[in-house]
Design a binder for this molecule. Structure first.
Ligand code: PEP
Ligand code: MN
Length: 264
């Protein structure tokens, strides 16, 4: 029997209650079990709102929205950049009456401090039930040993490999040809080797590889030729108005077609 895919859809960043619940409903209608949305979103360069406040994501304001989504049966996924984020997500969702079993956390590509990676794993062991998994995205530069090394650090901290999922989000542009102007270049061979070497499920993130809607579709289709175990892909109720990554987010009305390509 074919393995069930691990598919994760949702906005780049959590923005509002309405946005999160709209996406959660669209996923529920289609039997998709996991929704993504980042609580913390520091920008490449500091960006300020009209009141001069640094924009770095809604943070724990998203806790009640996520709690509500867990009670709709959706597993909610967000990036943890610091060990304290693990506590904030777990406790925030519990405090708001949500289901702490239905959470997935991930280490993003820029978070390449091995001590932080280990501490995140340790705090998860203290704070999260065993159903809560940790996804590891690859670092921005091409280096298979470094990528596998993150897994070794996390497992070395006592975190069970059964609770780890991998995700390929492409590598920063080097001197390789890039005729389609992708945001990051996939290395299909390396992703497949890491999948084999670690024995862990490997997802593809066509959004951060693609960078534009046309490229996201292109990568989603190209990835279907490889035995990925699922996709993490950004969808938004109103992509053009998204506060982050507006150019690459697909619409929730695209979900049926996305699912046809990547499989359930
Ligand atoms: C993300 O998935 O929200 C993200 C920021 O991706 P990456 O860490 O791969 O850049
Ligand atoms: Mn994004």
């Amino acid at each position: 029997m074919e393995r069930q895919k691990i598919n994760i859809f949702g906005p780049c960043a959590a923005e509002s209650h309405d946005q999160i619940i709209t996406v959660a409903n669209a996923l529920k209608e289609r039997n998709v079990g996991i929704m993504r949305a980042s609580w913390w979103k520091p920008r490449s360069e500091p960006v300020f709102d009209a009141k001069g406040k640094l924009i770095e994501g809604v943070g724990t304001k998203a806790a009640p929205w996520f709690a509500e989504a867990t009670n709709m049966g959706i597993t909610v996924a967000t990036e943890v950049m610091l060990p304290i984020h693990v506590k904030q997500v777990m406790r925030g969702i519990i405090k708001n009456g949500g289901n702490p079993e239905k959470i997935l956390l991930w280490l993003g590509s820029r978070n390449q401090n091995q001590l932080i990676q280990r501490r995140v794993a340790e705090v998860m062991l203290d704070e999260a039930p065993s159903s809560v998994k940790l996804m590891i995205k690859n670092q921005p530069w091409q280096d298979r040993k470094h990528w596998v090394g993150i897994v070794k650090h996390v497992v070395g901290a006592g975190f069970p490999p059964e609770r780890i999922i991998m995700c390929h989000r492409g590598f920063a542009l080097g001197n390789e040809p890039n005729p389609n102007r992708l945001r990051n270049l996939p290395n299909w061979e390396m992703a497949m080797r890491v999948r084999e070497k670690t024995g862990l499920p490997m997802l593809i993130d066509p959004s951060h590889v693609g960078g534009t809607r046309a490229n996201v579709w292109r990568i989603l289709k190209e990835a279907a030729q490889f035995p990925f175990d699922g996709v993490m892909l950004e969808v938004h109720p109103d992509p053009d108005k998204a506060t982050t990554d507006a150019k690459q987010q697909l619409s929730i009305t695209d979900l049926d077609q996305i699912l046809q390509i990547c499989g359930k």
